[in-house]
Ligand binder design. Sequence first.
Ligand code: SF4
Length: 605
Amino acid sequence: MHLLSFHATQVSGKSLMAAEKPKKSKVELIKEASVGLRGKIVEELADATTDHVEDATTKLLKFHGTYQQDDRDLRKSRRKEGLGKAYSFMVRNRIPGGKMTAAQFLGELDIADELGNGTIRITTRQSIQLHGVVKDNLWGVIHRINEIKLSTQSACGDVTRNVCCCPAPLRQNKLRDQLQQLADQIAVHVRPTTGAYHEIWIKDLETGHREQVAGSPTEAEPDPIYGNAYLPRKFKIALALCEDNCVDIYDNDLGLLGVTEGDQLIGFNVLTGGGMGTTPSKKNCFPALSKRLTFVTPDQVLPIITAVIMVQRDFGNRADRSQARLKYTIHNMGLPAFKKKVEEYLSEAESICGMPTGLLPRPLPEPHPADVTGHDDHMGWHEQGDGKWFLGLPIENGRVKDDGDLRLKSAFRVLFENHVTNCRLTAQQNILLCDIEPSQREVINQALADHGVMTMEQISNARRFSFACPALPTCGLAVTESERVLPSVIDDIETELNDLDLADEQFSIRMTGCPNGCARPYNSDVGLVGRSMDGKTGEGRYTVFLGGNLRGNQMASVYKDQVPRSEIAATLRPVFLHFKEHRQPGESFGDFCDRIGVQALGTPS
Ligand code: SF4
């Protein structure tokens, strides 16, 4: 029997350390008992007497790409009326590299209109989320997403999430196509092998959910990479090129940074252990940028990824979820010991990938000196290099909807039905409309103007490089607003920047409704992290972080804590002034803040 056909904590002698740990979190027990992520999902979906599912099923549904949520705006009034929570589901797609056809985008709009809340949201991992899906519609939504040849499998949960990759369709050379093809290969390779997803969401269920249960396996199919308990926590992978870190590669559990010689991709620096989430009240929690582990050639990518995932599977913390991300495994082991452990797993990894043992050198080499040097958000019109064009269109906080004069959703219907065949979603929650004939450019510009959609040239840099997580009312973890208030905060910041003649500066402003960091605030130039809510006014208070940058390879530091939303711009003004007066030539705002240090900021001389 293959070593990996056992449960993760029984996988092999190497797993001894994990097997000796008796204590497991509740989620671990749910995963183990789930029979390949099936649990009671089918029964609970079929139960017409309730509008929600139980906690264990909520946990398992994440692996299928959906979170149970409730409308927090309605909690109080419903409680007064003696009603329970207003439950609905968020459904997240898995779209490697954010690559979609026009038909798929239109399909998502249709599903949102017919079975969701009528909006879609482009996520920070190049995917699409639908919100407001009631339980009765959940099966229909996921089934229909599969009908348009997309999937939600492992878009959430303790597995490898959507694989991110620079989405620009630049064909002046082969580099981005190579990256995107590799992202597709990785996505297939790390997809869980359980048949549960297909059974529950894709099979024709005319016979009813309960009969599906009767035919379901009673023992889980062992997953060659994940075992039967999957990973201790989520696992994120991204691919980028040094001069264009548009996917924030250092924020991922595993980053592949392409190293090139001329137009040739010679390999990747493997970065491990990035992650933004933290719990401020716990001293042992922290956000982290990934660490440079080794260098691999393109044909060695799948086995190195597999080995890193298996080490995390076997040595990640399964007792305390706040300590379960790979960054903590590496922190506790130390990078040299972690690297040695990865080397020990290489033979199994090579075997799983169907590659010859010894394909990767042992010991693993040092990383190549190449590192991130730039960032490109790909907004505006660009020649693709194949006679066609693409248009990068900023979408405020990724939300696609019709709202007053801004009829973004209607604009996309016109464009995708008539003028655009393909698109790609960016990790800044924007969209690239791709493969456009030169003759269509003016028509597209006009269609956007007719629907009140502003292009890159018509919005400020502050707005262009900002984004927020959803937070209230849907996220159960939110302590403050985020998506709903960031536009007004940007209004205020724009006023200050205009006043100081700094409007041309390019720097990132990212807001989250809690310290979990879904919008990657901890390495942005200005990070605004929700900390508390004023009980009387309902105004949120935020921790202001300064000192990251658009390149994404520098951590920000706390500048001020508990800043009321209405005072954020005024709090930043003295720092902007300091920047204006003391910056070095060409220095970005975040680099300036990092060089000066947060202690010295805010007191311009
Ligand atoms: Fe929710 Fe916090 Fe993530 Fe925002 S950062 S989506 S509030 S968990």
